[in-house]
Design a protein around this ligand. Sequence first.
Ligand SMILES: [Zn+2]
Length: 529
Amino acid sequence: MNNTVNAKNNLTIAFKGGRILTMDPEQKYADAIVVREGQIAAVGDTSILKSFPDAEIHDLKDRVLLPAFIDSHNHLSSFGCFLPTWANLIGLTEKEAILEAIKRQARKEPGKGWVVGFGWFDARMGGVDLTKKDLDEVSSERPVLLIQTTFHQSVVNTQALELLGINRATPDPRCGIILRESDVTPTGVLVESAQIPVFKLVMETDIDTLADLIEARAKELFQFGITAVHDPGVTPDAEAAYKKLHDEGRLPVSVLMMPHGGTLLDNQLNHRLQGQVTGMGDERLRVGPVKLFADGATAETVAFSLKIGGQTINSGKYRDDFEEMLFSSIEKGFQVCVHSFGNATTDAVLKAFENAAIRAPAGFEMRPRLEHVTLINSLQIKRLAGMGGCACIQPQFLSRAQNTKQVVLDDGKWYAYGDLVKGGVIVASSSDNPGGFMDARDPIQGSVMGSTMSDGAGNVIFPDQVLPFEQWLWMYTAGGAYAGGQEKERGMLKKGMVADLVILEGNLDPKNPPVVAETWAAGKRVYTR
Ligand SMILES: [Zn+2]
């Protein structure tokens, strides 16, 4: 991997000799593109080059050039940047392997501090159930925390429970559960907002260190052709770290910050609503929609209403604290993005947006944005599209979608990516990194899984939702830009837009997918394969 920056940035550069995909519906393909001072100066047939006689010509050699990718759901500042400092448990399903990885982590970071692992998942998700007793084997003196791969559930050891002051007498917090034995003794498993105190402790760091961690993790994205992320849950500390990187010219990728509470899953952000609203900032660092959680990712905390064989089965509950914050945010002029996994949750979220429309300031564009939407029906799609809404989806979640295929519904579809697009919802694709069951940062891999609706092991799961490979590339570029309110500055190759580009080698064929050959950010080459 080569991250050297092209020092000749002030030159005028032109690309030709390959296929150019603009993602612009008015001019889908071009033969040449000219870049000057970090921006796109012209796009068209090769006759445009006559106006730029001094341009340095880059021969694409039959490769494909398109806008660089946007990962529109990447937890860069919360879990992502910390992952390299924690034990990475993603993909481990055996108890022994998990505990061994945690023990290794404890040896790697000796002392008295926290031992943290990320990426475990419980038996209901095909992994293994763990309690404080298992983690007490790792250490009885040091606090140990294992964060589930969804972030919505964790397990801690006895020492950690003591440090957190969680005992038999501790009540469940609002929108959270402390799992207990039959005699109400906590098992060590903390669900949803019951994790907030422990997240605060293990991710507390000074702004300089946080900025360094973000910078290092962000640089890894160039190899995937990504030059921009939407960070869905930016705490006040993370916002300060991003601003520091931006002010010092060290922010490797463009970031859309979605304001959130003090840690992830904390919907309380009243204080932040006094600050910069959605859209403020510049192309490198902009305030995005406020991020709220309407549900979680466990059976208890995702609200489904499943119609099966004429019967309705309701399960789980959505959060009771998102609606009031959604109204307050919109009244203050913020757009809002809501984590909405279950179909009953989505009903409540759509209703909240519909009710919020009358409270919005004059001329305000609400552009509702829903994250995940794992189950949705045609009426809900119509309601979301009717409000000019977006859905942000994660095709690599299909790696674990086999089980949902067994649940055949009378109403609604699982992973209805095709239906969302055909129903007029603007769809953005993303990784949820480091969440999920795999490292999902590669948009080419995401486009392969999405365009074949397969689990990554060659099994097609929902063939009726298939969309073309090029449509998926659109969702990682122009779709992402729209979902972030960035459609006038990135995501398409159009005059005046930022010159963030990716060059792919190979055909746009999911059976034999292309690879990222080069990544360019603001007219500079930042990655060469
Ligand atoms: Zn997420």
